[in-house]
Every structure is written in C-alpha cells, then in structure tokens.
Design a protein around this ligand. Structure first.
Ligand code: DUC
Ligand code: ZN
Ligand code: ZN
Length: 472
C-alpha cells in the first residue's frame, strides 16, 4: 500500500516546509518539495491512496512517554486497558505510548515486566514501549536493571513519595543511580518528599479536613522542590542522568533550570493538567467533585502563578517534554473510595486522548510555536527515550506515524463529545480547542479519518528502545 499526503505543511522542531510525503507500507520513503518530480511526474496516479492536506499541518505522530494502562494503584486499578487506552490515544493523534511496568518490594523485576508484556501483547492499537518502575531497590533489582537495558527497557522510575509502597530511601536511590550511570539508562524520578507529606496528611485528617482540596494543601510546593533538589544532588554525585516526571511547582523547575545551567544532564517533564487546571478552579469545586482532579504531583494554586511559569519553562527548554501521566479512574466506585478521606482518592487524571489538542491550544494562545509543539509532544520524547528517528520525525526511513492537523478546526472536549477513554467522566469537560485532529496514520495504516475510527487492536507493536540521545 502506497499513500501520498499532498500539499501539507510538514512540521519539525526546526521549521515548517511545504512538501508531499510518500509512504510505502509502514515507512515514509520520501519527503518531496513542491515540483520535485524525481520520483516521476505520474506519481499521484500510481499511488494507492492520496490524502489532500492543503491548509493542514502534517506532523509526526504524538509520543506520550508517560502513561499507565491496566495498572493496579491506590487500592484499585486504572480504568483503561491497553486496548481502550491506546485506541483513545490514536483518536487524539498519539501514535506511540511508553507505559510503565511496575515492580513492588519483594517481587522480581523480570516477573513484573513479563506481566506487562502479557497485558499489552495483541491488544494495542498503536506502538508501545515500557519503562520499568523499581519499587524495591535491592541486589536483585539492580542486576535486573542491567539486563533490561539489553532488552530495550532503558529508563527506570523511582519514587521519593508513597512510603511503604513505592518509596526508595536516599541510599536506595544512590545505588540505582550508580547502576544507571554505569549502564547508560535514564533515571525517572517522582520527586515529592513522601514522609513529610504523610505527616501533613495525618494532621489534616486528625483536624477533620477530609475534602479533595486537602490533597493539594498537604503536598505544598516545598515538598516537590526539596525532593527535586535532593534528586538533582544525588544525580550529580553519582553521575546519573535524571528525568523529573510530572512537574507542577515552578520552584521545582527552577531547581532543574539551575542544574541544567550548571551543565548537568537533568530534564523536566510536565503535563497538560498543570498547565490548565488548578486548586481553585478544579480541586475546590463543591462537594466531592474535586476528586476528579486528584493526582500527584497535585494541581497547584492559581494564585501562586505556577501555570505561566511552566509555559515559560516550556519555551526555555527547562521543561523539555509534555506527557500526560495518563492514569484514569472512574468517579463512581473508584474516586469515591476517598469520599470521607482525601488520602484514599486514587491519584490520577485521564488525558491520553487530548494532549495533542490541549498543547496545540498553547500555540493558539501564543505560548509556544507550532515547531515547539511538535518538539515537546513528539520529537523530544522520541529522542529522550531512544525511539528516534523511528518515531518523532517525518523523514525517509521513519515509521509512517503521521497526524494531519487542521489549525482552524475545532475540538469540543466532553464526555458526550470527544471521549474514548474508559472513564465515566472527563477531567477536561467543556474545554474547546481551536484545532482538530483530521487524520492519523500508525505505521502506514490510516487509523482515524473523517471522524471515523479505522484502526484495529493488535496493530500496535512493542518497541525495543535504545539509550537516550540526550546523553553524551
Ligand atoms: N505518579 C505517577 O507517575 N502516576 C500516577 C500517580 C503517581 O503518583
Ligand atoms: Zn509519579
Ligand atoms: Zn505516572
């Protein structure tokens, strides 16, 4: 099957060119400037399918490098399976996810990975890779880190939060970082001071403060900033590269900025919820509504001015990636686990379907350029996690993962509008985006066209990843 995408504006981080994109099978074979007849003037007549992209952006498919499908968490399990979550991702122009295999204390890393391979195999609509969560650093899991790098799992997430569940103490973090410094892997860090937070949580509950808003108020910015600083220092000491996930506090990103200015391999990630949602507007909604937006790190106070600073840090590259941290739970029976106690509300928001649109709104609002949108949502995550140039770029030889994006389209987000995630509500209800995903190709297969879904479960393949391209 050959496909020609004609007359579009092809976007990369370094510019926009008018070009036609020729696809043969699963790969891009040529990017042709207008009038380039090097492949024959009759090309249009000889391809199987022509897509007219006049007036549209032609962008590399989104790479969401932080999702959780079928993950047991918070006394329940996230509501999207690999099947439902990857289908929703495709609807929204994301053509690759990197999910997390989860090892907990006392279990073997390899067993957890096997479990996650089984969950995903044959069920995904788009391509997928894995990071590995190390919930119990010991001799066995450190050895496993070396083995996994050989198998294409080149990044490991540690937690400074959730004592007794996932938390690694500083000594464990040092040992894991030493291992990464040695084998070339990336350390991903959930940087919140979990023991300090647990004290604040107990005190709040003892004072009868049980509403969802206390989730944020018991995780003040200092807990994120302190942990980020500690992680940066330990990474400096051990020589490990560090990628700080889901950053929401401007003071924490300032720590990342300082480390980067000092020449350290430290990277920051944020998510759409921290750019648009807040303590005041969402978590403080009446009754138990705010539970929909309980996630960690938490939504922060609008009055503290985090959002504008996060957008600024996206421009300065002190935040290098926008992922979703897609971690969906239904309101009924899942979020409701914490109806009398905010600390029992499962932490997570579902956004895998909406990231490309939500961050495109940043282009419309003048926060970032079109090129930066593509860089943050596709190219950098692919390069950061060893998938480039197979993913993240429109170039000969790359997978034909392509989105045709209409810059003057309109997308109304809402549970009864555009919503394919397996949730009973949308955290983005009522958001209207000045742009629209018109068509999506995954490895040369049209999976979304004319507001119709054409993909199939099982099309998505496992991606064995290389080392990060940002490490020298
Ligand atoms: N951290 C994540 O990365 N995802 C879900 C919850 C959390 O604490
Ligand atoms: Zn986390
Ligand atoms: Zn996460």
């Amino acid at each position: 099957m050959t496909i020609l995408i004609k007359n579009g504006s092809v976007v990369s981080p370094v510019g926009i060119i008018n070009a036609d994109v020729l696809i043969d099978g699963e790969r891009i074979v040529a990017v042709l400037a207008p009038g380039d007849n090097s492949l024959g003037a009759g090309l249009v007549g000889s391809v199987d399918h022509v897509i007219d992209a006049a007036g549209k952006y032609v962008i590399p498919g989104g790479v969401d490098c932080h999702t959780h499908m079928e993950m047991p968490f918070g006394g329940t399990a996230v509501s999207d399976t690999f099947e439902t979550g990857t289908r929703a991702a495709a609807w929204g122009g994301t053509t690759t996810i990197i999910d997390f295999s989860v090892q907990t204390y006392g279990s073997r890393v390899q067993d957890s990975l096997q479990t996650w391979f089984e969950k995903a195999a044959g069920n995904c609509h788009i391509d997928y890779g894995f990071h590995q969560i190390i919930g119990g650093v010991d001799d066995d899991s450190l050895k496993a880190m070396d083995e996994l790098v050989e198998e294409g799992i080149t990044s490991f997430k540690l937690f400074m939060a959730y004592p007794g569940v996932f938390l690694s103490d500083d000594g464990q973090i040092v040992r894991a970082m030493q291992t990464a410094a040695n084998n070339g892997a990336m350390i991903m860090m959930h940087a919140e001071n979990g023991t300090a937070i647990d004290v604040l949580v107990s005190q709040a509950l003892a004072a009868g403060k049980t509403d969802p808003k206390y989730h944020s108020l018991t995780r003040p910015w200092q807990t994120e900033s302190e942990a980020t600083n500690r992680a940066v220092m330990l990474a400096h000491m051990t020589g490990a590269p560090l990628y700080v996930v889901h950053m929401s506090a401007k003071q924490a990103v300032e720590v990342v900025q300082r480390a980067r200015d000092g020449g350290q391999n430290v990277f920051g990630e944020t998510c759409p919820q921290y750019l648009y949602l807040s303590l005041e507007d969402q978590l403080m909604q009446p009754g138990f509504e705010g539970a929909k937006w309980v996630c960690s790190t938490p939504l922060r106070s609008k009055a503290e001015g985090h959002q504008d600073e996060l957008w600024r840090y996206l421009r300065t590259n002190d935040l290098s990636v926008v992922s979703t941290d897609h971690c969906p739970f239904c309101f009924k029976e899942q979020k409701e686990l914490g109806v009398d106690n905010f600390s029992k509300i499962p932490n997570g928001i579902g956004s895998v379907e909406h990231r490309m649109d939500l961050i495109y709104q940043g282009v419309v609002d003048g926060q970032i350029s079109v090129e930066r949108w593509v860089e943050l949502c596709s190219t950098t995550p692919a390069r950061m996690f060893g998938l480039y140039p197979r993913k993240g770029v429109i170039a000969p030889g790359s997978d034909a993962d392509i989105v045709i994006y209409d810059p003057v389209g309109r997308t109304e987000i809402g549970f009864h509008k555009t919503h394919h995630m397996n949730m009973d509500h949308s955290a983005w209800e009522g958001f209207v985006i000045d742009g629209h995903v018109d068509a999506v190709l995954s490895r040369g297969k049209v999976v979304v066209e004319d507001n119709e879904y054409k993909g199939v479960k099982g099309h998505g393949q496992y991606l064995k990843r290389g080392l990060s391209q940002y490490l020298i």
